[in-house]
Design a protein around this ligand. Structure first.
Ligand code: ADP
Ligand code: ADP
Length: 228
Protein backbone atom coordinates (compact mmCIF):
# COMPACT_ATOMS: atom_id res chain seq x y z
CA UNK A 1 0.00 0.00 0.00
CA UNK A 2 3.03 2.26 0.54
CA UNK A 3 6.00 1.18 -1.51
CA UNK A 4 9.30 2.93 -2.19
CA UNK A 5 11.53 1.34 -4.83
CA UNK A 6 15.14 2.56 -5.16
CA UNK A 7 14.20 6.05 -4.07
CA UNK A 8 16.84 8.77 -4.17
CA UNK A 9 16.38 12.39 -3.18
CA UNK A 10 19.15 14.88 -3.79
CA UNK A 11 18.38 18.43 -2.66
CA UNK A 12 19.65 21.33 -4.78
CA UNK A 13 22.51 21.85 -2.28
CA UNK A 14 23.79 18.35 -3.08
CA UNK A 15 22.60 16.63 0.12
CA UNK A 16 21.43 13.06 -0.56
CA UNK A 17 18.53 12.83 1.93
CA UNK A 18 17.15 9.57 0.49
CA UNK A 19 19.90 7.26 -0.67
CA UNK A 20 18.33 4.16 -2.16
CA UNK A 21 15.21 3.60 -0.06
CA UNK A 22 13.35 0.32 -0.51
CA UNK A 23 10.42 0.11 1.88
CA UNK A 24 7.06 -1.69 1.84
CA UNK A 25 4.34 -0.85 4.34
CA UNK A 26 1.13 -2.88 4.41
CA UNK A 27 -2.36 -1.55 5.03
CA UNK A 28 -3.03 -1.35 8.78
CA UNK A 29 0.60 -1.26 9.93
CA UNK A 30 1.91 1.18 12.53
CA UNK A 31 5.47 2.16 11.68
CA UNK A 32 7.90 4.34 13.60
CA UNK A 33 10.61 6.04 11.57
CA UNK A 34 13.60 6.77 13.80
CA UNK A 35 17.16 7.99 13.33
CA UNK A 36 19.48 10.82 14.28
CA UNK A 37 18.80 14.42 13.34
CA UNK A 38 19.46 14.96 9.64
CA UNK A 39 19.06 11.24 8.86
CA UNK A 40 16.29 11.81 6.32
CA UNK A 41 13.17 11.04 8.37
CA UNK A 42 11.29 14.19 7.34
CA UNK A 43 12.32 13.69 3.75
CA UNK A 44 10.89 10.16 3.86
CA UNK A 45 7.61 11.56 5.22
CA UNK A 46 7.55 14.40 2.66
CA UNK A 47 8.13 12.00 -0.20
CA UNK A 48 5.09 9.98 0.86
CA UNK A 49 2.71 12.93 0.91
CA UNK A 50 4.28 14.36 -2.19
CA UNK A 51 5.66 17.51 -0.59
CA UNK A 52 8.95 16.47 -2.22
CA UNK A 53 9.53 14.56 -5.44
CA UNK A 54 12.22 11.88 -5.62
CA UNK A 55 15.22 12.54 -7.85
CA UNK A 56 14.80 8.94 -9.02
CA UNK A 57 12.92 5.82 -8.03
CA UNK A 58 9.26 4.94 -7.66
CA UNK A 59 6.80 5.69 -4.86
CA UNK A 60 3.39 4.04 -4.87
CA UNK A 61 0.73 4.92 -2.30
CA UNK A 62 -2.73 3.31 -2.39
CA UNK A 63 -2.03 2.17 -5.93
CA UNK A 64 -1.10 5.67 -7.10
CA UNK A 65 2.34 6.13 -8.63
CA UNK A 66 3.40 9.49 -7.20
CA UNK A 67 6.17 9.97 -9.76
CA UNK A 68 3.60 9.96 -12.53
CA UNK A 69 1.04 12.13 -10.76
CA UNK A 70 0.32 15.45 -12.42
CA UNK A 71 0.72 18.54 -10.22
CA UNK A 72 -2.99 19.31 -10.51
CA UNK A 73 -3.77 16.06 -8.71
CA UNK A 74 -1.62 16.86 -5.65
CA UNK A 75 -4.24 18.69 -3.55
CA UNK A 76 -6.72 15.87 -4.22
CA UNK A 77 -4.10 13.25 -3.30
CA UNK A 78 -3.15 15.06 -0.07
CA UNK A 79 -6.75 15.04 1.09
CA UNK A 80 -6.63 11.24 0.95
CA UNK A 81 -3.55 11.13 3.17
CA UNK A 82 -3.86 12.43 6.73
CA UNK A 83 -0.84 14.49 7.75
CA UNK A 84 0.07 15.54 11.29
CA UNK A 85 2.94 17.93 12.02
CA UNK A 86 5.01 18.69 15.11
CA UNK A 87 3.80 22.31 15.06
CA UNK A 88 0.12 21.45 14.28
CA UNK A 89 -0.21 23.91 11.36
CA UNK A 90 -3.74 24.97 12.26
CA UNK A 91 -5.20 28.05 10.62
CA UNK A 92 -5.05 30.70 13.37
CA UNK A 93 -8.13 32.70 12.34
CA UNK A 94 -10.44 29.67 12.12
CA UNK A 95 -11.95 28.01 15.17
CA UNK A 96 -11.52 24.32 15.93
CA UNK A 97 -14.66 23.30 14.07
CA UNK A 98 -13.76 25.37 11.03
CA UNK A 99 -10.16 24.10 10.91
CA UNK A 100 -11.50 20.57 10.56
CA UNK A 101 -14.42 21.38 8.24
CA UNK A 102 -12.05 23.33 6.00
CA UNK A 103 -10.00 20.18 5.35
CA UNK A 104 -13.04 18.16 4.38
CA UNK A 105 -13.70 17.11 0.87
CA UNK A 106 -16.86 19.04 0.36
CA UNK A 107 -17.67 17.82 -3.13
CA UNK A 108 -21.11 16.21 -3.17
CA UNK A 109 -21.51 16.49 0.59
CA UNK A 110 -24.34 18.43 2.13
CA UNK A 111 -23.81 20.71 5.15
CA UNK A 112 -25.53 18.26 7.51
CA UNK A 113 -23.14 15.51 6.46
CA UNK A 114 -20.12 17.75 6.94
CA UNK A 115 -21.31 18.81 10.34
CA UNK A 116 -22.00 15.23 11.39
CA UNK A 117 -18.53 14.09 10.37
CA UNK A 118 -16.74 17.05 11.98
CA UNK A 119 -18.57 16.49 15.27
CA UNK A 120 -17.77 12.78 15.03
CA UNK A 121 -13.99 13.33 14.75
CA UNK A 122 -14.13 16.01 17.45
CA UNK A 123 -15.70 13.39 19.70
CA UNK A 124 -13.01 10.90 18.75
CA UNK A 125 -10.27 13.25 19.98
CA UNK A 126 -12.28 14.42 23.01
CA UNK A 127 -12.75 18.05 21.95
CA UNK A 128 -16.48 18.35 21.40
CA UNK A 129 -16.68 21.08 24.04
CA UNK A 130 -13.97 23.20 22.38
CA UNK A 131 -15.37 23.41 18.86
CA UNK A 132 -15.74 27.19 18.99
CA UNK A 133 -12.33 28.01 20.37
CA UNK A 134 -9.46 29.43 18.36
CA UNK A 135 -6.20 27.46 18.20
CA UNK A 136 -4.40 30.05 20.35
CA UNK A 137 -6.91 29.42 23.16
CA UNK A 138 -5.92 25.75 23.33
CA UNK A 139 -3.01 23.92 24.94
CA UNK A 140 -0.40 22.29 22.70
CA UNK A 141 -1.91 18.86 23.30
CA UNK A 142 -5.37 20.12 22.38
CA UNK A 143 -4.03 21.74 19.22
CA UNK A 144 -2.41 18.47 18.27
CA UNK A 145 -5.73 16.69 18.85
CA UNK A 146 -7.39 19.17 16.48
CA UNK A 147 -4.73 18.48 13.90
CA UNK A 148 -5.29 14.72 14.30
CA UNK A 149 -9.06 15.22 13.92
CA UNK A 150 -8.37 17.22 10.77
CA UNK A 151 -6.08 14.46 9.46
CA UNK A 152 -8.78 11.77 9.71
CA UNK A 153 -11.84 13.76 8.70
CA UNK A 154 -11.76 12.37 5.13
CA UNK A 155 -11.29 8.79 6.42
CA UNK A 156 -7.84 8.33 4.90
CA UNK A 157 -6.25 4.90 4.62
CA UNK A 158 -2.94 6.39 5.77
CA UNK A 159 -1.97 8.93 8.42
CA UNK A 160 1.56 10.34 8.23
CA UNK A 161 2.90 12.05 11.36
CA UNK A 162 6.19 13.97 11.56
CA UNK A 163 7.27 14.21 15.23
CA UNK A 164 3.68 14.58 16.49
CA UNK A 165 4.79 14.61 20.14
CA UNK A 166 7.88 16.74 19.55
CA UNK A 167 6.48 19.85 21.27
CA UNK A 168 4.52 18.08 24.00
CA UNK A 169 5.23 17.04 27.59
CA UNK A 170 5.39 13.31 28.35
CA UNK A 171 1.86 12.97 29.74
CA UNK A 172 0.29 14.79 26.79
CA UNK A 173 2.42 12.73 24.42
CA UNK A 174 0.90 9.53 25.84
CA UNK A 175 -2.60 10.92 25.24
CA UNK A 176 -1.69 11.67 21.64
CA UNK A 177 -0.28 8.16 21.21
CA UNK A 178 -3.49 6.67 22.59
CA UNK A 179 -5.46 8.53 19.92
CA UNK A 180 -3.09 7.47 17.14
CA UNK A 181 -3.29 3.86 18.35
CA UNK A 182 -7.10 4.02 18.34
CA UNK A 183 -7.01 5.28 14.75
CA UNK A 184 -4.64 2.45 13.84
CA UNK A 185 -7.02 -0.07 15.47
CA UNK A 186 -9.65 0.90 12.92
CA UNK A 187 -7.33 -0.28 10.12
CA UNK A 188 -5.66 3.01 9.23
CA UNK A 189 -1.96 2.77 8.43
CA UNK A 190 0.20 5.07 10.59
CA UNK A 191 3.70 6.18 9.66
CA UNK A 192 5.25 8.27 12.41
CA UNK A 193 8.70 9.87 12.44
CA UNK A 194 9.79 10.31 16.03
CA UNK A 195 12.60 11.02 18.51
CA UNK A 196 10.56 9.77 21.44
CA UNK A 197 12.52 6.85 22.83
CA UNK A 198 10.14 6.14 25.74
CA UNK A 199 7.15 5.85 23.43
CA UNK A 200 8.89 3.69 20.83
CA UNK A 201 10.14 1.33 23.53
CA UNK A 202 6.85 1.17 25.43
CA UNK A 203 4.29 0.95 22.61
CA UNK A 204 5.93 -1.56 20.33
CA UNK A 205 5.42 -1.41 16.61
CA UNK A 206 7.53 -1.86 13.53
CA UNK A 207 10.64 0.35 13.62
CA UNK A 208 12.43 1.60 10.51
CA UNK A 209 15.72 3.30 11.37
CA UNK A 210 17.16 5.68 8.78
CA UNK A 211 20.72 7.04 8.69
CA UNK A 212 22.26 9.00 5.87
CA UNK A 213 19.12 8.48 3.79
CA UNK A 214 19.36 4.68 4.03
CA UNK A 215 17.35 2.14 5.99
CA UNK A 216 19.83 0.69 8.50
CA UNK A 217 17.33 -1.34 10.54
CA UNK A 218 13.79 -2.61 10.01
CA UNK A 219 12.27 -4.62 12.86
CA UNK A 220 8.74 -5.90 13.17
CA UNK A 221 8.59 -5.16 16.93
CA UNK A 222 11.58 -2.92 17.42
CA UNK A 223 13.00 -0.63 20.05
CA UNK A 224 14.23 2.92 19.68
CA UNK A 225 17.90 1.93 19.71
CA UNK A 226 19.53 5.34 20.13
CA UNK A 227 20.83 7.13 23.22
CA UNK A 228 19.95 10.71 22.19
P1 ADP B 1 15.54 14.38 9.69
O1 ADP B 1 14.08 14.56 9.57
O2 ADP B 1 15.94 12.96 9.95
O3 ADP B 1 16.20 15.33 10.66
P2 ADP B 1 15.67 15.57 7.03
O4 ADP B 1 14.94 14.70 6.09
O5 ADP B 1 15.01 16.79 7.53
O6 ADP B 1 16.20 14.68 8.26
O7 ADP B 1 17.04 16.01 6.38
C1 ADP B 1 17.94 15.07 5.78
C2 ADP B 1 19.11 15.85 5.18
O8 ADP B 1 18.62 16.64 4.10
C3 ADP B 1 19.78 16.81 6.15
O9 ADP B 1 21.13 16.86 5.83
C4 ADP B 1 19.10 18.13 5.82
O10 ADP B 1 19.95 19.21 6.13
C5 ADP B 1 18.88 18.02 4.33
N1 ADP B 1 17.70 18.78 3.89
C6 ADP B 1 16.43 18.61 4.31
N2 ADP B 1 15.60 19.42 3.65
C7 ADP B 1 16.37 20.11 2.77
C8 ADP B 1 16.09 21.11 1.78
N3 ADP B 1 14.84 21.55 1.56
N4 ADP B 1 17.12 21.59 1.07
C9 ADP B 1 18.37 21.15 1.29
N5 ADP B 1 18.70 20.21 2.19
C10 ADP B 1 17.72 19.69 2.92
P1 ADP C 1 -24.60 21.14 20.72
O1 ADP C 1 -24.41 19.65 20.69
O2 ADP C 1 -24.24 21.78 22.01
O3 ADP C 1 -25.87 21.63 20.12
P2 ADP C 1 -23.51 21.69 18.20
O4 ADP C 1 -23.49 20.30 17.70
O5 ADP C 1 -24.55 22.62 17.74
O6 ADP C 1 -23.45 21.68 19.78
O7 ADP C 1 -22.11 22.37 17.87
C1 ADP C 1 -20.99 22.08 18.62
C2 ADP C 1 -20.03 23.19 18.37
O8 ADP C 1 -19.64 23.26 16.98
C3 ADP C 1 -20.62 24.54 18.73
O9 ADP C 1 -19.67 25.25 19.52
C4 ADP C 1 -20.84 25.21 17.40
O10 ADP C 1 -20.64 26.60 17.48
C5 ADP C 1 -19.78 24.60 16.53
N1 ADP C 1 -20.23 24.62 15.14
C6 ADP C 1 -21.23 23.90 14.61
N2 ADP C 1 -21.37 24.16 13.32
C7 ADP C 1 -20.42 25.09 13.02
C8 ADP C 1 -20.02 25.77 11.82
N3 ADP C 1 -20.63 25.58 10.64
N4 ADP C 1 -18.99 26.64 11.88
C9 ADP C 1 -18.35 26.84 13.04
N5 ADP C 1 -18.64 26.21 14.20
C10 ADP C 1 -19.68 25.36 14.18
Amino acid sequence: MIELQNVYKKYPNGVMAANGLNVKIKQGEFVYVVGPSGAGKSTFIKLIYREERPTSGTIIVNGVNLSKMRNGRIPYYRRQIGVVFQDYKLLPTLNVYENIAFAMEVIEKNPAEIRKRVMEVLGQVGLTQKARMLPEELSGGEQQRVSIARSIVNKPKVVIADEPTGNLDPETSWEIMKILDDINQTGTTIVMATHNREIVNAIQHRVIAIEGGKVVRDERQGGYGYED
